[in-house]
Design a protein around this ligand. Structure first.
Ligand code: ACM
Length: 455
């Protein structure tokens, strides 16, 4: 952002906007003068971002000129609506908060072992059975505590279209994900013929289900039908097919079967003019040409993807998983993962390569049972992340911190339940839902083991 301040206060009144294609598509120039306010944008998106900046300046806008443009085209957030269902109004509210921070990709994690959230024509049991579980875990799986309370919900096609349209108006692309061929226990609970003999319920524990899709022609057809519907609802050029953490124990072969499966799905989507977006596990054995990789298991998968010529979105867990604990204060709700402070997020820097499209922060919701909890975990770390992907590579945390205090006032006006910089309030804790904190050393060693199959 380049700011030139001038004396005086801008005249209130209508804002004039125009498109200037000499600017980058998402870039803008905001002129605040005593005779009026003008926004030139490289496209409608640029004008939109100029307006966001203007909104943040408040009612008495000082005169001056701001020219601004993002560093990355993919400024994403993953929202996991599978582990905890989030009503449409809450998703829309979250989109508003994303747009306010100039974030532009909502990776919507629609299905998992613990719940299936998208209605699919011809497969009614996916939602009548797969969208509901009898109870949920309270806290990390190591403690084995369940709440005894049913949980569930799903989005109708009309609701998903509403989310897509609402997001598009705010220049946010919704990239849907149906995780396959693992993380599929909810679908298999609905249609046991998709599995390998498992005939049980939607998973009520966190963690990875061993029950995965079989790879019969019928099951591949099911996957194609689901993806066809996903393409009908979501205009995104990229369609998420997951691919993470798929145990192979139920299969007659190993990882090569998943590689072949992923290739079939990519081929099918290519026929509809779409490309796959998959977790870095799909690099094992070679990902299909054109696949965009969500590199979550550290820096190594991003390097492997780049070396293979794939575009990458970086979302390393120890840097950008916002379900990980924000401090070691005992009052933090369900502390899991490694310590991930506001400064840790602010200091994250993606590898430098033209194949890096950007980065995304991931909000896995095992331990976020409400929008309030999501906001607590997301903010203010998402404010820091927004600067990582929009602002320059050379950033100064002290300078950011000074500006953040003012920004938290804006979040107060919006009623955002952000984590106070001073630490959790008594009501922020989650009694009865204990966590499982990890050390960075342990987690990095584990990741190194997990990514061995990419070497
Ligand atoms: C992931 O965290 N399993 C992508």
């Amino acid at each position: 952002m380049n700011v030139r301040a001038l004396p005086g206060t801008a005249a209130p009144g209508p804002i004039e906007t125009s498109i200037d294609t000499s600017l980058p598509p998402e870039g803008y120039v905001l002129y605040c003068t005593e005779s009026g306010i003008f926004i030139r944008g490289g496209s409608e998106a640029g004008i939109f971002y100029g307006r966001q900046t203007l909104d943040q300046l408040g009612p008495d806008v000082p005169c001056g000129r701001i020219s601004d443009q993002p560093r990355f085209g993919w400024r994403g957030v993953l929202l996991d609506v599978a582990r905890h269902f989030m009503p449409v109004a809450d998703v829309l509210r979250f989109v508003d908060l994303m747009a306010f921070h100039k974030l532009n990709v909502l990776h919507l994690h629609l299905t998992d072992d613990q719940g299936w959230r998208i209605e699919v024509p011809g497969w009614p049991r996916l939602t009548s059975v797969g969208a509901w579980r009898t109870e949920s875990m309270l806290g990390s799986r190591q403690h084995g505590i369940h709440d005894g309370t049913p949980h569930g919900g799903f989005y109708t096609t009309a609701e998903l279209r509403e989310i897509v349209a609402y997001a598009a108006e705010r220049h946010v692309t919704v990239v849907p994900e149906v995780d396959m061929p693992g993380h599929m226990q909810a679908a298999i609970a609905a249609y046991p013929e998709l599995g390998n003999g498992f005939d049980g319920p939607v998973r009520t524990s966190w963690g990875i289900s061993p029950h995965v899709l079989n790879l019969s022609q019928e099951t591949l057809d099911f996957c194609r039908q689901v993806l066809d519907h996903v393409c009908d609802v979501f205009p995104s050029k990229l369609i998420g097919i997951g691919g993470d953490e798929c145990p192979t124990d139920e299969w007659p072969g190993g990882r090569e079967l998943q590689t072949a499966f992923t290739a079939r799905m990519a081929e099918h989507l290519a026929g509809r003019g779409r490309r796959i977006y998959g977790w870095d596990e799909i690099l094992a054995g070679g990902a299909p040409e054109g696949a965009v990789i969500a590199a979550w298991r550290g820096e190594e998968p991003a390097e492997v993807a780049i070396a293979a010529g794939h575009q990458v979105v970086c979302c390393p867990d120890v840097k950008l998983y916002l379900d990980y604990r924000q401090s070691d204060d005992p009052g933090e709700p369900t502390p899991v993962g490694t310590l991930l402070t506001l400064e840790d997020v602010y200091s994250y820097e993606p590898p430098s390569s033209p194949l890096v499209r950007g980065a995304q922060a991931n909000l896995w919701t095992e331990h976020m049972e409400s929008l309030r909890r999501v906001e607590y975990m997301a903010f203010p770390r998402l404010c820091a992340f927004a600067e990582v992907v929009w602002g320059p590579a050379d950033r100064d945390f002290a300078e950011f911190s000074a500006r953040l205090t003012e920004h938290l006032g804006r979040l107060d006006k919006l009623g955002v339940n952000y984590r106070p910089l001073s630490g959790p309030r008594p009501a922020d804790g989650r009694d009865g839902a204990p966590g499982h904190p990890r050390t960075l050393e342990d987690r990095l060693a584990e990741l190194r083991e997990m990514t061995a199959e990419l070497r």
